[in-house]
Design a protein around this ligand. Structure first.
Ligand SMILES: Cc1cc2nc3c(=O)[nH]c(=O)nc-3n(C[C@H](O)[C@H](O)[C@H](O)COP(=O)(O)OP(=O)(O)OC[C@H]3O[C@@H](n4cnc5c(N)ncnc54)[C@H](O)[C@@H]3O)c2cc1C
Length: 351
């Protein structure tokens, strides 16, 4: 979001002096660690979001994500980010019959609701494809043809190149420790010294309340595994189950699989990167029993990333102090909307 904001600031006012300060060796939060689903919500997620907020808010968010995805593709180029629209699937396990029946009974309602944004029906039953994907213990499946996937590392690389091209400097290994209001400027006290600036955009997402404790952002760690290449892999698309708590996809002939935060939500409410035996064991079990049954697949590597969650389903884009603006909390779904959220906060800072 910070890089998207920088890109937009320089597009609007090329003479502006924009500097990005990044704590990590790489951008080290969620954007280099995610699963790369260009998603805007499964049926169960949309129904839960309507219960938490309203139909209007859900429609607004889907519209935002859909337009955000088009902006991401336009800014960076499909080839550069390995964008593919293979579609997405929500799976219901054999023991989730009640939830599956309920979600399938609501697809017409959601399709009508989302029609003003997507123009066509979004969700449809796709049980016939379960066997072709080689899945086991999956009873029902819902398809969404609009869902796409990107390569997260390539996305970040392209975004950084675009930002450099516009003559914006990105300084890494520079942790902002305090933001102080001075009489005629703002001071950023960092691990590398003090910077003076006129305006600041805070795009630290899950870590936002380390600097501004009043910002309501709760960290949530996501643990991910990637398998070794799989000969004749049948999966193609993005797949979610257990109301979005588990997600997997094909990538470069491998399977990327993450989730399991709900096994111990309190323990995963952390700013610490890392894995736990509880989540790792569950991911391996589901990989072997549901996703690639009977294939004895080897895991190549693991990683984790930290998302920013909150009560509200929408991101926080606002002025937090004079000349300090924030764009944080994408609720674990920032890939599609991040570019637009970055633009929105850049516009706020330019006002
Ligand atoms: C495992 C996982 C899977 C995900 N899968 C998906 C998915 O498939 N689809 C989807 O839409 N979303 C997904 N997400 C969520 C998505 O990645 C985020 O919503 C999005 O990347 C948020 O972007 P951001 O720029 O707001 O935050 P971040 O990418 O977290 O950026 C914040 C940056 O601020 C830096 N920072 C923090 N504090 C400081 C400081 N004090 N000083 C300097 N720098 C600082 C951090 O190092 C970091 O680089 C996933 C997230 C995770 C962790």
């Amino acid at each position: 979001m910070g890089l998207s904001a920088a890109l937009h600031l320089k597009k609007r006012q090329p003479a502006l002096n924009v500097l990005v300060l990044e704590r990590g060796f790489l951008p080290t939060g969620a954007s280099t660690k995610n699963a790369g689903f260009a998603c805007f919500g499964t049926v169960s997620e949309q129904l839960a979001a309507i219960r938490r907020s309203s139909e209007g808010e859900v429609l607004r968010l889907v519209d935002y994500k859909w337009r955000g995805l088009q902006r991401l593709r336009e800014n960076l180029g499909d080839e550069n980010i390995d964008y593919h629209q293979h579609g997405g699937y929500e799976l219901f396990l054999d023991n989730e019959k009640e939830l599956a029946d309920y979600c399938l009974s609501q697809t017409d309602y959601l399709n009508d609701l989302l029609k003003p944004v997507l123009g066509k029906p979004v969700y449809s039953a796709a049980d016939a494809k379960i066997a072709a994907f080689g899945l086991d213990k999956v009873g029902r499946m819902i398809y969404n043809p609009f869902e796409g996937q990107i390569h997260t590392g390539k996305m970040m690389r392209t975004l950084l190149h675009k930002v450099y091209e516009q003559d914006t400097l990105v300084l890494n290994n520079c942790s902002v420790e305090r933001i102080e209001q001075e009489s005629n400027h703002i001071s950023l006290v960092t691990s590398q010294g003090k910077f003076k600036t006129a305006k600041v955009i805070l795009a630290t997402n899950a870590f936002a309340n380390q600097l501004f404790p009043d910002l309501k952002v709760i960290p949530g760690r996501g643990q991910v595994l990637v398998t070794k290449p799989i000969h004749g892999l049948k999966l193609k698309g993005t797949y979610h189950f257990d109301e979005g708590y588990y997600y997997f996809r094909n990538i470069d002939g491998r399977v990327l699989f993450g989730g399991g935060r709900n096994l111990d939500l309190k323990a995963e409410e952390t700013w610490e990167f890392g894995q736990t035996e509880l989540v790792k064991n569950q991911l391996v079990k589901y990989l072997q029993e549901i996703i690639l049954p009977g294939q004895n697949t080897e895991i190549d590597y693991w990683w984790s990333g930290i998302m920013g969650f909150g009560e509200d389903i929408t991101p926080i884009v606002k002025k937090v102090e004079p000349n300090v603006f924030c764009a944080v909390r994408c609720n674990g779904m920032g890939v599609a909307m991040g570019s637009l959220v970055g633009e929105e906060v850049a516009e706020l800072a330019l006002e």
